[in-house]
Design a protein around this ligand. Structure first.
Ligand SMILES: [Zn+2]
Ligand SMILES: [Zn+2]
Length: 393
């Protein structure tokens, strides 16, 4: 785990604040859910067989004997909140953005943190594929805003009608190949065959080249939606690659799946991912509700982000005497109603006062020396224009 401070915290704030601004432009509002949830929630939503649930959960019994867990991701808690507030029964559409710490008990390794941050959005109640195109457009806008080069990968995972049929065909194909595939692949053939497509092993990938593709086995509705999504991205000038190996391990994901990758932080590293999850709300005991969303891993991006050069702002207040400092304490409180004001507590001469103002990037120095104290005045200097003046207290 790592502290966020100084340069890192500035970058973090800068990133989150601009993501928020963009998400608000799309009609999203902020949701905050607890960092701690019942373990059962994640077992059901993230999936009992996933690595996250098997090995990486920050899970413990609290003093009341409840089996709880620090959230490994954001979606499950938000779906729980959506259902708990009965929005599913009311059939209302909701659009939320969230950000905050997520926790995974990973083996310590470079670039992996046990406490990391995500920014994400979840949209509930929209069946129209325009919503999928819109959340993708939002992500593209976020990366463009920060000048991060990305490649968008796109796939369709079909629906409960076409996916199972596709899976059957794929399974037949894989079983004939199984002797040549790696051990991981063989495990997945038994548990979750479409995850075989995801294998990082190049020799497996070579064997899988001629495997049946989901995009060629979609039902009429899924096919139409997938084509419509591509059309919408085309007209919005968002480029993409179809990647039929982009799959998810869980049944409640359907139709659009997407991922933004970047070469700037290692070869083709994923920096954001998302898609449609029309079955998740039902899966977590709610009334069936359409859903689509994405999540961005923040830490990996911070190295790629340049914060704007900090400009001078606010006031530095310094005096040569205790009496002057006491007067400036009152002045600082008045200024703080509108601007930044930093008060120095020990007496300083003018030369050191100017240095302090510089160090704190203040736009104005307010100084009370002995003369100013006697006259009940403040000497003010604009450190940008270098204008000086004597003002009334
Ligand atoms: Zn379908
Ligand atoms: Zn493999």
């Amino acid at each position: 785990m790592k502290d966020l401070l100084d340069e890192d915290s500035l970058k973090y704030k800068y990133f989150i604040e601009n993501c928020e601004k963009i998400a608000k432009n799309y009609g999203y509002s902020y949701i905050e859910t607890p960092s701690l949830e019942e373990t059962a929630l994640f077992k059901r939503s993230v999936g009992e067989s996933s690595d996250i649930v098997n090995k990486e959960m920050y899970q413990f019994l609290d003093k009341g004997g409840n089996d709880v867990c620090l959230r490994p991701e954001g979606t499950a808690g938000i779906v729980r909140a959506f259902v708990q507030n009965k929005f599913d029964k009311a059939g209302v559409a909701k659009r939320y953005f969230y950000h905050g710490p997520m926790f995974r008990y990973e083996r310590p390794q470079k670039g992996r943190l046990r406490c990391f941050h995500q920014f994400g959005v979840e949209s509930f109640g929209q069946k129209n594929v325009t919503e999928d195109a819109t959340v993708i457009a939002m992500l593209a806008q976020i990366f463009a805003y920060f000048g991060i080069d990305t490649t968008l990968k796109l796939n369709s995972l079909g629906c409960s009608e076409c996916m199972p049929k596709y899976k059957e065909g794929l399974l037949e194909y894989l079983q004939e190949l199984s002797h040549a595939l790696c051990e991981d692949c063989n495990n997945r053939i038994a548990t979750n065959p479409i995850r075989v497509l995801d294998c990082k092993n190049q020799s497996c990938q070579n064997l899988l080249k001629d495997a049946p593709k989901i995009t060629q086995n979609l039902c009429a509705e899924c096919d139409e939606d997938f084509k419509r999504l591509q059309k919408l991205l085309d007209v919005a000038n968002i480029s993409y690659e179809i990647d039929t190996n982009l799959v998810r391990g869980l049944d409640y994901y359907n139709k659009s799946a997407f991922e933004f990758v970047s070469d700037k932080i290692g070869a083709q590293s994923s920096i954001a991912g998302g898609g449609r999850y029309d079955k998740l709300v039902e899966y977590l005991d709610g009334k069936a509700t359409y859903g689509v969303g994405f999540a961005i891993g923040v830490e990996r991006l911070l190295d790629l982000i340049e914060t704007p050069k900090s400009t001078r702002e606010g006031y530095m207040l310094v005096s040569s005497s205790k009496e002057g400092i006491q007067k400036l304490f009152v002045k600082a409180q008045a200024l703080r109603l509108e601007s930044q004001a930093i008060l120095e507590y020990s007496p300083k001469n003018l030369k050191n006062a100017l240095k302090l103002a510089d160090k704190n990037s203040a736009l104005y120095l307010l100084y009370i020396g002995d003369d100013e104290l006697a006259q009940d005045k403040i000497w003010m200097k604009n450190l940008s224009t270098k204008d000086e003046s004597l003002i009334d207290f």
